[in-house]
Design a protein around this ligand. Structure first.
Ligand code: AMP
Length: 289
């Protein structure tokens, strides 16, 4: 008989009993897949190994959209998504209706109290509550060993890592790098909704991040770097700057003085009705322990 005194011990035992040779890896998406999503599928496939299983979910989650946001106009194309996932060798797709996922009588939510209030959480109140709740539900429904999320949604990744840790979910969270179009624009399902003029203007986000990355090691303060990035974005008349922030890359804590540790620059910019985000981790001149 085994006696486990720690969470790690009991989890290890249970994992062994669940057949560690065939891990299950989940990749949650809202569909209308692009190469960014597919890079997550490939990473999951690679991490799962030849015996493992990769499950992709496609669900445009209503509870993470606020009133007046783009839930209704969010692009959808299930047939194409299924073909793309089949070609990637995905083992299963979970693509439920909202009525299947949410019980009208439900009264439980999941929220990362501090992280949900800051940055995108300020621009989109309730967004991260919707994200944390649906991801918890997907984790409970599928019970994966690991799940892959993109660094494109930097704060979302932080919310999910925090939630997984705080609630002892025992699921490995794997981050995947941002995939970009040839002109630098971060891939997004929303890009197809940009007008051709806005599409031509939108790479200003990645150009501003390139400049910031080049300037960061010069010893510039976080506040000055932020002002520089904001000015660059505001010089583009089609861009409506929603927020520019520089935070500690590991904790998302605010910073204003000289960079002493890796920092992340987080952008939220609208073009017409299309809300785009992007980010970049930048390095200080010298890391101070
Ligand atoms: P979404 O369908 O927008 O909810 O995205 C599903 C997953 O794909 C999330 O984990 C995103 O962070 C990730 N993702 C979206 N766009 C990109 C991209 N350009 N590069 C890498 N991952 C991405």
């Amino acid at each position: 008989m085994q006696i486990a005194r720690t969470k790690a011990e009991i989890r290890k035992l249970c994992t062994q009993w669940r057949d560690p040779a065939t891990p299950v890896i989940l990749v949650p998406t809202m569909g209308f897949l692009h190469d960014g999503h597919l890079s997550l599928m490939r990473l999951a496939r690679q991490q799962a190994g030849p015996e493992g299983r990769v499950i992709a979910s496609i669900f445009v989650n209503p509870t993470q959209f606020g009133p007046g946001e783009d839930f209704d106009s969010y692009p959808r194309d299930e047939t194409r998504d299924f073909d793309l996932l089949r070609a990637e060798g995905i083992d299963a797709i979970f693509a439920p209706e909202a009525s299947e996922v949410y019980d009208p009588e439900a009264q439980t939510i999941v929220e990362t109290t501090e992280l949900a209030k800051t940055l995108i959480g300020k621009l989109r109140p309730g967004h991260f509550r919707g994200v944390a709740t649906i991801v918890t539900k997907l984790f409970n429904i599928i019970r994966p060993d690991a799940a892959v999320f993109g660094e494109k949604d930097y704060q979302q990744l932080a919310v999910i890592r925090t939630m997984t840790r705080d609630l002892d979910m025992g699921i490995d969270i794997i981050g995947a790098p941002i995939q970009r179009e040839a002109d630098g624009l971060a891939m997004s399902s929303r890009n197809v909704r940009l007008t051709s003029e806005d599409r031509a203007a939108a790479p200003i986000l990645s150009r501003a991040l390139d400049q910031a990355e080049a300037m960061a090691p010069s010893g510039i303060t976080a506040s000055r770097l932020r002002s520089h990035v904001r000015a660059m974005l505001e010089a583009e008349p089609r861009a409506r700057v929603q927020s520019v922030d520089i935070r500690d890359a590991a904790t998302l804590a605010t910073i204003s003085g000289p960079l002493t540790r890796p920092a992340v620059i987080l952008l939220a910019v609208s073009f017409g009705k299309v809300f785009l985000i992007d980010n970049r981790v930048v390095q200080p001149a010298q890391e101070i322990p």
